[in-house]
Ligand binder design. Structure first.
Ligand code: AMP
Ligand code: ZN
Length: 472
């Protein structure tokens, strides 16, 4: 059973056929480090992590490269607007270099908390300026560029298939184009390869180049570094859906014009996390530049969630479906995770390392994984195993452990929360509250308290004589 993945280029689920046998080259567009990643950005990285884990699970070796955008690009996709890094530096009274380092560190802390496996290679745009200049020179030699006052541009009219990824209606775009903001740009879809610094002023980040002082266009860093580290052919390239029409379209134009052949086999895009309308938000797209966004720190420090509860929340939707964030959804994820933890803690003792995972559950799980990473179905298979009362605890645990290679919920590390001395009274009170809830037929509340106790490492036992508890 080979894994099938939805390829934005073909608009179909295609079986994966890596160019190099069991080696997969994977490039994922990384963070722009001028601010914290918001939980929407992190949804995309969790999707990419599931992809990578699924490939490893299926026996592939994954060579994964992720860039760090630390060059001060402009706030809008259309090569205009303000420099994001400069905005960050101004906001915090730091240098652009300090800003980049700080938010890259913060990003790595976020992905670690979400159990996202680090890329094989991280590459920073500012450390690859020379290579980017060489790419522009190559494109220039091949006749794909023109230079105007503002910089060197890619002439998209030179390509018959420009826009093929997004299936852009180039004629329609031309007809509906607004007045060009950049004087001298030949076509609406042309984009900057090298932007020149404004005359008589110095930018916070700028470099010498054959065309003058300036900085590389945003799309350039990804295609250049992907080719440097992963070669002329790329198996899979990922990002969020917002990258289809401009960023990835322009990466393709650059890479395929430089190489003279097709570049990436499979393009995969994660759908957006949106904000449900609530008291603290107007709803809609979550974005960094609008200033209104939720971060992992907010979820953890302000709302007391386990970061893995957010990962669990994300697994509940297929990556190609839009997902609305809500606190109710987070609560449901947190209590499902607590329930799972209870089962993990109570079955682990029976596991000797000898037991085999439950075949039928694994078959269902695998079928879901190879069907374009269907995590909601994979979770259902996990719960089928978790709730199995006929199998031995050791077999249940073996199954959960096996599935966790992809789910990444940290089953092996789940541990009871340390209980402070003298906490017994608190536990007694919770057990009593549960008994009352059940007497009042409020079973949902009863289960919630049971999960809360499980989180604390407490198991409760009901018997005709009453309820007792023990530490596990
Ligand atoms: P950025 O740091 O803005 O370059 O974005 C990092 C990644 O997050 C990119 O792959 C974007 O496509 C993706 N992204 C941006 N906003 C969202 C969102 N609301 N939901 C999911 N992914 C997003
Ligand atoms: Zn990119």
């Amino acid at each position: 059973m080979s894994i099938t993945l939805y390829n934005t280029m073909t608009r179909s689920k295609d079986p994966l056929t890596p160019r190099d046998g069991d080696q997969v080259s994977l490039y994922t567009c990384g963070p722009t480090v001028y601010n914290y990643a918001h939980i929407g950005n992190l949804r995309t990285y969790v999707f990419e992590d599931i992809l990578k884990r699924a490939l490893i699970y299926r026996g592939y070796t994954v060579n994964h490269v992720m860039n760090v955008t630390d060059v001060g690009h402009l706030v809008s996709d259309a090569d205009d607007g303000e420099d994001k890094m400069a905005l960050g530096a101004e906001r915090e009274g730091k240098t652009v270099w300090e800003i980049a380092q700080f938010y890259w560190d913060a990003f790595r802390a976020d992905i670690e908390r979400l159990n996202i496996i680090e890329p094989t290679i991280w590459c920073r745009a500012t450390e690859h300026i020379e290579e980017q200049i060489q790419q522009v020179q190559l494109l220039e030699e091949k006749g794909f560029t023109y230079t105007i006052d503002d910089g060197v541009y890619f002439d998209t009219s030179k390509l018959d298939d420009y826009g093929k990824l997004a299936r852009l209606d180039i004629e329609g775009l031309r007809a509906g184009a607004r007045i060009e903001v950049t004087e001298g740009k030949k076509n609406y879809t042309d984009f900057a390869l090298w932007k020149l610094s404004p005359k008589n002023s110095t930018r916070l980040m700028e470099w010498e180049s054959p065309w003058g002082m300036g900085f590389p266009g945003w799309h350039l860093e990804c295609s250049t570094m992907a080719m440097k580290y992963l070669g002329e052919y790329l198996d899979i390239h990922c990002g969020g859906i917002d990258h289809i029409a401009v960023h990835h379209t322009n990466e393709i134009a650059q890479a395929e014009s430089a190489l003279g052949h097709e570049w990436t086999k499979c393009w995969m895009h994660g759908e957006f996390l949106t904000l449900a309308k609530s008291d603290d938000s107007a709803g809609g797209k979550m974005s960094k530049s609008s200033g209104e966004f939720l971060t992992m720190d907010v979820l953890i420090d302000k709302h007391n969630y386990d970061p893995i509860a957010y990962r669990y929340f994300l697994l509940g939707a297929h990556y190609r479906q839009q997902l609305a964030f809500s606190w109710e959804g987070m609560d449901a994820a947190a209590s499902a995770l607590a329930r799972l933890k209870r089962i993990v803690l109570s079955t682990r003792d029976g596991y000797t390392g000898e037991q085999e995972p439950l075949t039928d559950c694994i078959e269902e799980f695998d079928a879901a994984v190879v069907d374009d990473l269907n995590m909601p179905r994979a979770l259902a298979a996990m719960w089928k195993a978790a709730k199995n009362t006929t199998a031995s605890p050791g077999e249940v645990y073996a199954t959960l452990l096996h599935m966790d290679c992809i789910l990444g919920l940290g089953i092996a590390e789940m541990a009871p929360v340390e209980i402070a001395d003298g906490a017994d009274e608190e536990i007694d009170a919770l057990v009593e509250a549960r008994t009352t809830a059940r007497a009042e037929k409020d079973y949902a509340r009863g289960d919630e308290i049971r999960d809360q106790l499980a989180e604390m490492g407490i198991e409760i036992m009901d018997s005709p004589e009453g309820t007792t508890w023990r530490r596990i």
